[in-house]
Design a protein. Structure first.
Length: 232
């Protein structure tokens, strides 16, 4: 478990002090930790679900207040950009979430606390925990405070503009799911080659190859964008 001092320092970075530390601890407990220690231990999945809904609402509300002339489609695109996994994991890293997330031994060995998905989920779970602990106004203040730079310039270059991120933003704006699948791995261990496919709502959208899974995913995402399965 994270030390008391680490949790205090983390709350200082958050700008919110919990009345009940159990909410914060639950938000920082990955399911792998709960599985290894106690199957009945609360993990952060339910709080992540709650925080995701609160984040969408607060960001949508703020965009409507700031950008009076934008139509629904453009507002939806901006909201998707502001709440996408890449943006949330970036915010989580600024707050050093990786120092306090509780994970199972296998995930720690695989540096699971550094994955974008893990960090983004924990960030949303903390929003849910703040809401459970203090209500909607502290949650709103937290979101607007840490999203301030992004909200001032939603189309700024603060978000990595790689193809995988671009595809994710496009998919979220259209309420579609993304899934990457490793089709094959070949070559020697020192110079492997991967082929990966990306699926959009169970439709094969693109394939890509690379010397790492990350490189192959980027290539698959670029192919999906080029295919115009999702209209930019």
């Amino acid at each position: 478990m994270s030390s008391i001092n680490a949790l205090k320092a983390f709350q200082t970075r958050l700008g919110y002090t919990f009345k009940n530390d159990a909410h914060l601890i639950a938000a920082l407990t990955h399911r792998s930790y709960a599985f290894e220690h106690d199957s009945f231990l609360q993990n952060n999945q339910r709080l992540e679900f709650l925080g995701d809904a609160i984040l969408d609402f607060i960001i949508a509300d703020e965009l409507c207040l700031r950008f009076h002339d934008l139509q629904e489609g453009e507002l939806s695109r901006l909201r998707s950009r502001l709440v996408c996994e890449a943006a949330l994991s970036q915010l989580a890293r600024k707050l050093a979430f990786e120092e306090v997330i509780r994970m199972g031994k296998g995930e720690i060995t695989a540096a699971g606390m550094m994955r974008d998905g893990t960090l983004a989920d924990a960030y949303e779970a903390v929003i849910g925990a703040i809401y459970r602990d203090g209500g909607i106004e502290p949650a709103r203040r937290f979101i607007l405070s840490h999203h301030q730079e992004y909200l001032q310039n939603p189309d700024g270059d603060w978000l990595p503009r790689d193809d995988k991120t671009r595809l994710q933003v496009l998919a979220q704006a259209q309420h579609k799911s993304l899934r990457y699948e490793t089709l094959s791995q070949s070559g020697p261990s020192h110079a492997p080659s991967f082929e990966i496919a990306v699926w959009i709502d169970d439709v094969l959208a693109g394939r890509g190859t690379g010397h790492s899974k990350k490189e192959a995913q980027q290539a698959a995402a670029a192919a999906a964008i080029a295919s115009h399965v999702l209209q930019n």
